[in-house]
Design a protein around this ligand. Sequence first.
Ligand code: FNR
Ligand code: 8K6
Length: 345
Amino acid sequence: MNTLFQKFKLNESIELQNHILMAPLTRCMAGDNLVPTDAMAKYYARRADAGLIISEAIIIRPDGQGYPNTPGLFSAAQVEGWKKVTAAVHEKGGKIFAQLWHVGRVAHPYFFGGDVIAPSAIGVEGTVPRMRDLQYVTPKAATVEEIKQLVSDYATAAKNAIEAGFDGVEIHGANGYLIDQFLHHASNARVDQYGGSPENMARFAIEVVDAVTSAIGHDRVALRLSPGAYFNMPADKQDREVFDFLIAQLNNVKLAYLHVGIFDDGMEFDYLDGRVSDYMRKVYQGTLVGVGGFTIESGAKAIEDKRFDLVAIGRPFIANPDLIAKAKRGDELVAYSDEMLTSLV
Ligand code: FNR
Ligand code: 8K6
């Protein structure tokens, strides 16, 4: 337990006040033109005593949107809106990374009026959450030129994040969204340099990481990955080789951290030989952030057992803006429930 409340040096540039991160949590509460609101600034500032806040996922460009009112980081007004959020967090002594997001094939033209692009023209079944009348469409396979543009747009969004006062960025490479779609056989059937082999399937992720680290420095860049394919994505045992290859490459990059993308870290995956966090710990040599169903106590234990270095907490942070203070006092936490998603407290 003691370790949890001690400082943690991510690298030469960034020191965290404790080992507890606020996990990225989409809240669908941005204002007109996807600009962050004052209520969002207050919401994040209330949680500034986390070691690091990872923002809700932020779309890097209009066609990255798949849910209503998810904030953006591609217009001047959005950057100005985020400045209020980061200033409010910094004023209370906190640190905040922007999670950079493009949903790929889970985007819906309803939001932006254009093509939905993805690695391959393979759609997902079903409808947009909260807007059940919007059926997902079959995406268009991105051309190589469009892929280069996407890489460059991630770098631009990262620069915008720094301009907006964020301490760094977490590239959202998890949970079945664009980057993850390149990494799994179920969504990537390309036969060019972006598909067909582990090296090719990992290329887009590596190009994004390279472009973003070149834009803002590797100390300020983190990445979230879901080798387990548990959301919007069926699992395929061939995916293992793709992640083995990608994570081996990442060992040379010196990212701020690598973050497990999972809802429940109790889940086991045959082709990963167990829990996704244990797999990532085995293959990744840098700082690993665990997540998925942890309490303060179980998170502390996992860190003591060296299963990962830092723990991210999601839903309990929605239910308890004062989670850190309560945890330090040993107070009981308010239980999370889905109804809490309707207001930003
Ligand atoms: C999430 N999660 C998530 N993950 C992510 O990478 N970007 C995001 O924007 C979101 N948004 C989001 C919204 C809501 C309402 C939930 C419940 C979850 C996943 C989240 O970061 C985390 O991995 C899981 O919630 C598991 O951690 P907890 O909640 O068990 O601590
Ligand atoms: C929940 C309503 C919020 C609408 C937007 C959600 C955007 C991302 C939500 C990620 C939730 C992850 C759920 C994973 C379920 C895995 C089940 C095994």
